[in-house]
Ligand binder design. Structure first.
Ligand code: TLP
Length: 344
């Protein structure tokens, strides 16, 4: 079965399992797990920040960062298709007690003007805008890249307006692999970032928050509040450390498989696809509305391909290191054939 539902579906490799099995561990609530400490130091260094904190998931990473930058009743600016808005079950309202202000954009970069319009004036009847978030790469826009100059300009805008600046960098590693820009250069302007180990990097569990020592101190407290203080979790951190050291290189292979797959789809007159938006490991595409999406997904499954829906009216295919070049080609063939059979 070829599984393109997400890059979260990878199975740990033998080498990763070995690293997990023999990882030295301790009680992390006492700060005594050597593998977690090593992972945190490694990630902080890679991202050029003072400190890092291991958290179980990307959602928890984002939510802790939102909580530590805001006060109850504040407003947070996020891009209209962001993961924080669509897939985090209203957690900002529940945990930090803040409301999200969604600013639409064509591919993940909200215009300066639209952000300026979204920042609230300081009258007593407005919420206080205290945080601006970006997502890089941008999932629902199809793994699109957020540019370094754009990040710098938006950081200046955030500072000018006394807003903190956070990056949902679940796939920052993909951005870095696609552009050659070092993770620490992408990270430099943000106060905090949350980065995932369990997407294209292939660890079974885990994300990291990076930022100043002060922010990470506050993040640790928030992690405990959320019940995320883990004990001998070095077994999990070992997978993340292995992923960071050895799996980043494979990401550019995933990007070329995604590109090849997208080009094959674009040859069909019935498939809607914007090749310009295929910049990393995610491909979004559509087909005529006369085709029933659920039936299409079920037929692909019968033919050996797992695929899922993205934004309304769009399908999403995500590439990872357990999808080979031949798998990418076979997947494209299954999709083109399944669409064309329904158009005859
Ligand atoms: N994304 C998942 C689903 O939740 C949609 C996926 O299959 O792509 N930020 C971004 C940009 C993400 O794409 C995800 C997961 C997260 C945060 C949350 O990470 P986890 O699942 O570890 O909480």
């Amino acid at each position: 079965m070829i599984d393109l539902r997400s890059d979260t579906v990878t199975i740990p490799t033998e080498a990763m399992r070995e690293a997990m099995a023999y990882a030295p561990v301790g009680d992390d609530v006492y700060g005594e797990d050597p593998t977690i400490n090593e992972l945190q130091d490694y990630a902080a260094d890679l991202l050029g920040k003072e400190a890092a904190l291991f958290v179980p998931t990307g959602v928890m990473g984002n939510q802790i960062c939102i909580a530590l930058h805001t006060q109850t009743g504040d407003e947070v600016i996020v891009e209209g298709e962001s993961h924080i808005f669509h897939y985090e079950t209203s957690a900002p309202a529940i945990i930090a007690g803040v409301q999200l202000h969604c600013v639409p954009s064509p591919s993940g970069e909200m215009s300066e003007e639209s952000i300026r319009r979204a920042i609230r004036p300081s009258d007593y009847y407005f919420p206080r805008t205290s945080l601006i978030c970006l997502e890089n790469t941008h999932n629902r826009h199809g793994g699109t890249l957020v540019g370094l100059d754009y990040i710098r300009q938006t950081a200046a805008l955030a500072r000018e307006n006394n807003c903190a600046f956070h990056c949902d960098g679940a796939r920052l590693w993909n951005a870095s692999a696609a552009t050659g820009i070092a993770p620490k250069d992408y990270a430099a302007e943000f106060d905090t970032l949350s980065v995932c180990l369990s997407k294209g990097l292939g660890a079974p569990v885990g994300s990291l928050i990076v930022g100043s020592s002060q922010h990470i101190h506050a993040a640790r407290k928030w992690r405990k509040i959320l019940g995320g203080g883990m004990r001998q979790a070095g077994i999990l951190a070992a997978a993340g450390l292995h992923a960071l050291k050895f799996h980043r290189e494979a990401l550019s292979g995933d990007h070329s498989h995604a590109r090849d797959f997208a080009e094959r789809l674009s040859n069909s007159p019935y498939i809607r696809i914007n090749l310009e938006s295929v910049q990393t490991n995610i491909v979004v595409f559509g087909f005529p509305s006369t085709i029933d999406t659920m039936e299409f997904i079920a037929t692909c499954k019968q033919k050996g391909l797992l695929i899922s829906q993205g934004r309304t009216g769009w399908m999403r295919a995500v590439f990872h290191f357990q999808v080979s070049e031949a798998d990418a080609q076979a997947a494209a063939e299954i999709i083109v054939r399944t669409v064309e059979e329904r158009m005859l």
